[in-house]
Design a protein around this ligand. Structure first.
Ligand code: NAP
Length: 253
């Protein structure tokens, strides 16, 4: 029997990048996956077809999860289709890099709303039902920038991820007695669209700062998230699992 057989997972921002790999990893473990996308309808459709071709279940749900009303409709639609949500993965995220002194309000708050607002929205919306069911897994995708690996131009992004890690610990504390765990997975440097600009400019410099001297694969993140979603991880809560080839340990990029 697969480790997540009969589980229902909702993954935000799963149409491409790391979210896509998380959806595949959860499906490979037997979960039925609600695939949220915002603008990437085409690649989300390809993902769903890939999962279905392997005998899995993937259903697409469009929503801008930074917006509470949209997130609320999304959760209602997932409940209507699947009846419950056992695993929530808050993966959706953006960056709007700029030096702090030049950063605009828009650049700051767009990132806070997309990266932290979405976590706040969905956790509040999904937790009550998990509490009633006395089981659930919430996994938030953060970053080494949240703790001790600052990157110039990413004060907004780092603040959004630090907020998410603090929120992870507080909600873990509040939900622990209900059988619901809340953890974060912090990838290091995964060559996706999000970091395409940094990669173009600093590829050689970045690789030298990664102790394992290799870029991370989206599948590395997917495997860690899938583990935290299983019964084997039932006693882990309020943690940040750094899946980063040693980046956080060695003080960053
Ligand atoms: P990506 O390739 O740029 O993908 C971002 C994803 O987030 C897309 O699927 C996008 O959906 C979705 N998204 C953004 N805003 C959204 C919103 N308001 N509502 C719904 N979906 C939204 O980036 P990625 O590298 O895979 O990043 C995924 C997560 O990993 C982010 O939280 C990021 O901060 C984190 N992370 C990435 C790295 C890295 O090195 N790449 C390192 C540490 C942490 P649409 O395309 O459908 O609009």
């Amino acid at each position: 029997m697969k480790r997540l057989e009969n589980k229902i997972a909702l993954v935000t921002g799963a149409g491409r990048g790391i979210g896509r790999a998380i959806a595949v990893a959860l499906s490979d473990e037997g979960a039925q996956v609600a695939v949220n996308y915002n603008t990437s309808a085409e690649s989300a459709t390809v993902l769903a077809a890939e999962i279905e071709s392997k005998g899995g279940t993937a259903v697409l749900f469009q929503a801008d999860v930074s917006n509470y009303d949209d997130a609320s409709i999304l959760v209602d639609q997932v409940y209507a289709r699947f009846g419950r949500i056992d695993i929530l993965v808050n993966n959706a995220g953006i960056s709007r890099d700029n030096l702090m002194v030049n950063m605009t309000d828009k650049e700051c708050w767009e990132v806070m709303h997309a990266n932290f607002g979405s976590v706040f929205n969905l956790t509040r919306l999904v937790a009550p039902s998990m509490m009633r069911e006395r089981q659930g897994r919430i996994i938030n995708i953060t970053s080494p920038t949240a703790e001790r690996a600052p990157v110039e131009g990413q004060s907004n992004y780092a603040a959004s991820k630090a907020a998410t890690e603090a929120f992870t610990r507080c909600s873990a504390l509040e939900l622990a007695r209900f059988g619901v765990t809340v953890n974060a997975v912090a990838p290091g440097f995964v060559p996706t669209d999000l970091v395409g600009g940094l990669l173009q400019r600093y590829r050689a410099r970045i690789i030298k700062r990664i102790p394992v001297r290799e870029f991370e694969r989206p599948e590395d993140v997917g495997a860690a998230v899938a583990y935290l979603a299983t019964e084997q991880a039932r006693y882990i809560t309020g943690e940040v699992l750094h899946v980063d080839g040693g980046v956080n340990m060695s003080m960053g990029l």
